[in-house]
Design a protein around this ligand. Sequence first.
Ligand code: PEP
Ligand code: MN
Length: 341
Amino acid sequence: MLVVMQEGAAETQIQQVIDRLVVMGFTVHRSTGSTHTLLGGVGPVDDFEPGDFEVMSGVKECHRIVSPYKLANKSFRPQGTIVEVKGVRIGGPEVIVIGGPCSVENSDNIEACAEIVAKAGGRGLRGGAFKPRTSPYSFQGLGEEGLKMMRRAAERHNLIVVSEVMDRSQISMMAEYVDVFQLGARNMQNYNLLRELGNVRKPVLLKRGIAGTIEELLLSAEYIMSGGNYDVILCERGIRTYETATRNTMDISAIPVVKALSHLPIMADPSHGTGRRDKVLPMARAAVAAGADGVLVEVHPDPDHALSDGAQTLKPEQYATMMDQIRAIAIAVDRFIQPAK
Ligand code: PEP
Ligand code: MN
């Protein structure tokens, strides 16, 4: 349930509502907007009357949230969420571009990638150090060494670091190097991992599973948020359909749908969404036009020799062109993208 306090409600009034919710068996999550405090009560409690709360002093209104996700629901933070990482604000007017190789390969390569990304106006460096590969014989990533290389390259170019966590046991080690944990499509329903990421105090980029519905994606976000980590960035990265012309089917419509259902920012990954580098630019343009808060893209100085996902990885000049194009589109939808350096 959601209790909306009156504008300027006193702390004692807020506390009385919290106490009552707790006595009833709810866990209380507090969200402070620009004018009102919102109290989200979550838990397996059904027998309450919103009217009982509406007569309490300082309360403006109380609603039952009928959707299965409560904290990820738009009503919990109608003003929207901005996830801030080292001055990079995801979910605000700036459309954030995060680029880099599929996998961290070696220090020279990640340095070259960071330079390409930053020069054209990107804000974050992506790269897998732990790779979820379909075949156990494919390159599995450099692990902690790769993260060290990535951190150094990102710092030189003033980029935030985004890398995938595959297992709970990797979280504390990775926290030293990454600014944002990426939760990959294959793990969208790994509930133990989601719960553990609810306990960390770093943002999570949560990718949609290949067979995940939008409701399931939002419920996965709810797992993280129910642990107290509200800094979740959703990511549409294509879903599996009967279509074989592309690696996945990029669901651009998920962007406005999520925007209407949730306050969380949503990014788009046209690299995994299409699997083909010649289709990445049009889908990046479409994603920004549809209201995406950011674009996550694979780029490499020599994609034909990349250790993973080369076919969908942009060449440096394609990345620069994409940036110019989506910069123009961002302006048309009242957003902006950093200028090239
Ligand atoms: C990746 O970002 O390289 C990756 C493996 O992504 P996904 O989980 O979307 O397949
Ligand atoms: Mn990849």
